[in-house]
Design a protein around this ligand. Structure first.
Ligand code: GUN
Ligand code: ZN
Length: 438
């Protein structure tokens, strides 16, 4: 029996790195993905693929959109249960809600249970790859990597490091942060579909000694990812200036410790100076735009035009639980509204690129994820553009990525997800679709 599978639907993806989204999108309205051994073997018109591969088993998602799995480049696994906590901006939100919640992840059983909840939420929303902060506890990173491996999801994650300005019971030290991070890199980085990210939480919660210890690791392991927070909130920025008086600005702290480089993703980047933007661009660092979080925590409005001016790659991210949804569709919808306020027109196609191939290119992973090129892993999401009353009333073409996707970003969420596939296997499916997948 053949293990070839043919998936039928309206297939849309960006095969190349681009900023010409209308020209470089590849679209097959009645399209197909041929999958073999968990990878894309061919992408094209359904009928043509069917003729060439009559032995393939067919899964029919006609009139649904088939898109590469979404890539969420900044979210916090131990904050799943504190989404939507009232009334605070960043620093008091951390003290009042975040740190107490993260303490629970010292319990390995709890972390394992929550890893399952977290990844299920991601998959329900079509997110097949996350770049994830765990808690300070090494066991929480292990729990997440184990759970992601069970689902065969390509995952980037790192143990948070913090040795000051948070409760004693949530602190590591410079030495343990270095040793635990190194052990996690050795155990998980490049193993299966897992990758490690060095994760100093942000400059205020790491002493210079801890930053130096992590900076050594950044130099020693130059292919690991790095993730942290940068320039999110005015009080935070003023605090960093007092804590690191020898650094000319916030970015300079991370520069001093060798953390500004390719594969380094800086969450938020809302209040950067032109000099900081320019240096980010010159050093190949990435900005993660987290719109629902930035609005929820009252942090400010991200400036996409500035990022473009200084050639800083921008990815999109939920920032759960500062962010208020696991849905990358909703995230894109809120990004659109913030861009409106900043006089930047964020098209649905630019948004789709940023959720898929753009993020993969920025992270150096586009040989594996973000597209339907031959040889890429078969990670994809199937969306129903007519999933409810309001979307069913629309008269535009449901198989057009531009029309249907824009409506989905304004009106959609996980209810639009028909199925999510990872490495050629269905890992989430709506109840009513189980027949199609049986
Ligand atoms: N800055 C430092 N830690 C955090 C966090 O957990 N969430 C957000 N949004 N900002 C941070
Ligand atoms: Zn964050």
């Amino acid at each position: 029996m053949s293990d070839k599978q043919l998936i039928r639907g309206a297939v849309h993806h960006f095969p190349v790195a681009t900023n010409d989204y209308h020209t470089d999108i590849e679209q097959f309205r009645d399209g197909g993905l041929l999958i073999e051994a968990g990878k894309i073997a061919a992408t094209g018109e359904y009928q043509a693929l069917r003729v060439l591969h009559p032995d393939a088993s067919v899964t029919d998602y006609r009139d649904c959109l088939i898109l590469p799995g979404f890539i969420d480049t900044h979210l916090h696994f131990p904050q799943t249960e504190i989404i939507a906590k009232y009334g605070e901006q960043l620093l008091t939100w951390l003290d009042n809600y975040t740190f107490p919640a993260e303490q629970q992840f010292s319990d390995e059983d709890y972390a394992t249970k929550m890893a399952d909840v977290f990844l299920t939420e991601c998959l329900k929303n079509g997110t097949t790859t996350g770049m994830v902060y765990t808690s300070v506890h090494k066991a929480s990173a292990e729990a997440l990597f184990r759970a992601a491996s069970e689902r065969n999801m390509l995952t980037i994650a790192g143990k948070v490091c913090m040795d000051r300005h948070c409760p004693d019971w949530l602190q590591d030290t410079a030495a343990t942060a270095q040793a635990d991070s190194a052990a996690l890199i050795d155990a998980w980085h490049g193993k299966g579909r897992n990758y490690y990210a060095l994760t100093p939480r942000f400059a205020p919660t790491s002493t210079p000694a801890q930053m130096a210890a992590l900076g050594e690791l950044a130099q020693q392991y130059d292919d690991v990812f790095i993730q942290t927070h940068l320039s999110e909130n005015h009080d935070e920025i003023a605090w960093v200036n007092t804590l690191y008086p020898d650094c000319e600005d916030y970015l300079a702290v991370y520069e001093k410790y060798h953390m500004v480089r390719k594969r380094a993703v800086f969450g938020h980047c809302i209040h950067l100076s032109d000099s900081e933007w320019q240096r980010m661009g010159a050093q190949g660092a990435i900005a993660a735009f987290c719109p629902t979080s930035n609005l929820f925590l009252g942090s400010g409005l991200f400036d996409m035009a500035k990022a473009n001016q200084f050639n800083v790659p921008v990815t999109l991210a939920t920032d759960v639980g500062g962010g208020t949804s696991f849905s990358m569709l909703k995230t894109l919808g809120e990004a659109y509204k913030i861009c409106q306020l900043k006089q930047y027109k964020l098209s649905a196609l630019e948004g789709l690129y940023k959720l898929t191939q753009g993020a993969a290119v920025s992270l150096g992973l586009s040989d594996k994820i973000g597209n339907f090129n031959t040889g890429s892993d078969a990670d994809f999401v199937v969306l129903n553009p007519r999933f409810d009353t309001l979307t069913s009333l629309r008269v535009d073409d449901p198989t057009s990525a531009e029309d249907a996707l824009f409506a989905l970003t304004m009106l959609g969420d996980d209810r639009a997800t028909v199925a999510t596939w990872v490495a050629g296997k269905p890992v989430y499916q709506k109840q009513e679709c189980s027949d199609a997948l049986a």
